[in-house]
Design a protein around this ligand. Structure first.
Ligand code: GDP
Length: 332
């Protein structure tokens, strides 16, 4: 029964690496019931000291680029190397469609049958902020359950890539070997957060096109101001279908982690991500509080029309709303 949670037992089973306990724990943290929130908090506080011991890898790309084919091949490769692999998904379409872009059950069939792998679809029916928050907590749970490689997959649309890049150590962007003037609509912001770019479907017969695409992407990358002196973003040719280039991806990530751990940046980045996460939850909470305050909401409506009618500027109106909120909190 999903409602029947014994946090002591659940955390013990989870720490012992039981997959069912991990799945149940994730269901608990995804629950919106107020009584579950308390239990989820206790569970997370219990397992938190055991979290963190993993490499967190974000993987993104448009639907059809070959993410699941790649993750299946990569996951099996990692298991052969002695790792335990958890795959989580952040699906920005889940809010509308119930997770159709990533939620297909037939994906990664071979990997999902392995004991050393744990695959979980995106939490659904929530805003991107909500999905991201729960995925971050699911990462902790997977780590406490002994998974030492955490893959967070997302689709190359909207804000989800930026959100995923802020919860992982290494962000991999997948591209198709399409040589052309336009760079497959790669958004500049996304390119800038990528730690490596994989050109998938670089099969034998596509190799020339893939090499051309590689050159183009390398050129595009070279125009960015390289702020990270210790890392040059590599472009790697992969054929997920024929399991080519998988070892190069593994070696690239291992090299990155080694460099960043040695310089201390690895840990600093994680600390910054945690602090940023904390503040984003504060800001979200404040917004909710503003929205739930009837008086402030009414006053905000007045301010909106004042802005539209040019009676005041947006920033003065915002200050007024904040003062109104402060006053109402003090009065309350
Ligand atoms: P996703 O939507 O990004 O998860 O993409 P899928 O992994 O479902 O792959 C989409 C299609 O591309 C499928 O038909 C795959 O078999 C195919 N595909 C994936 N990787 C390769 C590859 O390396 N070469 C070729 N030729 N096809 C591939």
């Amino acid at each position: 029964m999903a409602d029947n949670y014994d946090v002591d037992e659940l955390s013990a089973l989870l720490i012992a690496g039981k997959r069912r306990a991990l799945a149940k724990a994730i269901t608990l943290i995804e629950s919106k019931k107020p009584e579950h929130k308390k239990l989820a908090k206790r569970l997370l506080e219990r397992i938190l000291p055991r979290s963190g011991n993993s490499i967190r890898i974000g993987i993104s790309g448009v639907p059809g680029v070959g993410k699941s084919t790649f993750i299946e091949a990569f996951g099996l490769y990692l298991i052969e190397k002695g790792h335990r692999v958890a795959v989580l998904a952040v699906d920005p379409s889940s809010q509308i469609t119930g997770g159709s872009l990533l939620g297909d059950k037939t994906r990664m069939e071979e990997l999902s049958r392995r004991n050393e792998a744990f695959i979980r679809p995106s939490p659904s029916g929530d805003s991107l902020g909500g999905v991201a928050r729960r995925t971050r907590e699911a990462i902790f749970l997977c780590e406490a359950a002994g998974y030492d490689i955490i893959i967070v997959e997302t689709v190359g649309v909207g804000q989800s890539e930026i959100s995923v890049s802020s919860m992982v150590d290494f962000f991999l962007l997948m591209q198709l070997p399409n040589a052309g003037d336009e760079l497959q609509g790669i958004k500049r912001g996304v390119m800038e957060v990528a730690d490596a770019i994989v050109i998938n479907k670089a099969d034998e017969e596509n190799l020339q096109r893939a090499q051309l695409a590689k050159k183009q992407i390398e050129n595009a990358l070279s125009i960015f101001l390289n702020v990270d002196k210790s890392w040059k973003v590599p472009v790697i040719l992969v054929s997920a279908r024929y399991k080519k280039g998988i070892d190069e991806v593994y070696e690239t990530i291992s090299k990155y982690v080694k460099i960043k751990k040695k310089s201390g940046e690895f840990y600093k980045k994680r600390q910054q991500q945690s602090i940023q996460w904390m503040w984003s939850v504060v800001v979200e909470g404040l917004k909710e509080m503003l929205n739930e305050n009837e008086q402030v909401r009414r006053f905000a409506k007045e301010m909106e029309s004042a802005v539209i009618n040019k009676l005041t500027t947006p920033s003065f109106a915002a200050e007024n709303i904040l003062s109104e909120f402060k006053n109402s909190v003090c009065r309350g």
